[in-house]
Write a protein that binds this ligand. Sequence first.
Ligand SMILES: *[C@@H]1O[C@H](CO)[C@@H](O)[C@H](O)[C@H]1NC(C)=O
Ligand SMILES: *[C@@H]1O[C@H](CO)[C@@H](O)[C@H](O)[C@H]1NC(C)=O
Ligand SMILES: *[C@@H]1O[C@H](CO)[C@@H](O)[C@H](O)[C@H]1NC(C)=O
Ligand SMILES: *[C@@H]1O[C@H](CO)[C@@H](O)[C@H](O)[C@H]1NC(C)=O
Length: 324
Amino acid sequence: MKYTFLSSAILVLLSSGLCHGAGIITTDLLRGAAGESVTFTTSVKPTAEPFLALIWSVNGTTNVITSTSVDIVGQGYENRITLDKTTGSLVLRNLTEKDSGEYELIIIPNGAGQIPGTAKLEVQTKVSRPTMACPTENLIEGRTSVNLTCNADGFVSTRVWLKDGRPLVSGGRFSFHDGNRVLSINPVDRTDTGVFLCNVSNAFSFESAKCRLMVNYGPDRPTIVQRPIGAELEDRVTLHCSADSLPKATFFWTFRNIKMYGPLYYIHEMEDWHLGKYTCTARNAITGLEASDVHILRDSSTAISGSMSMMVCTVLTLVGLMSF
Ligand SMILES: *[C@@H]1O[C@H](CO)[C@@H](O)[C@H](O)[C@H]1NC(C)=O
Ligand SMILES: *[C@@H]1O[C@H](CO)[C@@H](O)[C@H](O)[C@H]1NC(C)=O
Ligand SMILES: *[C@@H]1O[C@H](CO)[C@@H](O)[C@H](O)[C@H]1NC(C)=O
Ligand SMILES: *[C@@H]1O[C@H](CO)[C@@H](O)[C@H](O)[C@H]1NC(C)=O
């Protein structure tokens, strides 16, 4: 049957000089979302003379509409279809998954052979699980920018992004592109460390994909703690250096041009020559950054003026901070 239609159609099309190929439906595969509508468009040019018959069927058996001098609408298609009788194009509304199938149109023109066309319809109700490529390079605070792309097939009506379960809004370092498909973070910040999730959904289902980001940062300016705070000669003294950093920083001390590795500087018995300026430097191997701070070790038994100057220094620092 089909073969006969096909060959006669080709003959008709060739003889009329309107060769569009074997099918007159412009798309082989149509996708529609449940609840929405789909249009089967034909390549037929409207003619003044009406066709003898227009027949739409599905799966080779079920009548959708047979339009001659009267219209016979198939069961379940009442109020769901609109047929353009000049071109054969058909609108099918309020789609359900059951509408999926092979659609066939046969046009019988006046005084010529039949013109057939077929198209497959896929009605999608569920979103497919999206994919997201997670960055593999080291992310560095303030320097790296990241685009997270959430790719999903099927009918997606909404795409939202969450960070650690909280919705992300655009603004500042965050922007969304391509209908929320791409989340752009420019540049990354330490607070971005965590799980980014994209949630695609439609009226029927939702799916999500996620990426765990780790943003390397620092070291921040180190903090030096002396124990005991008021050390006197012959006391055992430790200086401890720490700095916020990801990954953890390594440390070295510089005192009188001597380098000592590690966060802890240990003085078994403080003597005069130990007094002076200690510099702690923190280093992050991934960011390649260094940060230093300085500590003055004093003999507190003679350091009235010393502690006075420290107080003055603190007050100055506070004034400095307050003026910001
Ligand atoms: C669409 O289909 C749903 C479910 O079958 C039905 O409840 C609804 O009335 C239909 N709407 C129209 C406009 O036909
Ligand atoms: C057509 O056939 C497919 C596969 O058998 C079925 O899933 C679909 O519901 C049918 N479509 C109609 C409109 O009967
Ligand atoms: C991220 O996407 C934006 C917008 O498409 C583009 O301008 C930018 O170059 C991309 N950045 C990266 C790091 O790929
Ligand atoms: C994804 O979105 C759907 C629909 O808005 C919602 O019901 C669901 O809870 C969301 N899932 C996640 C993991 O956020």
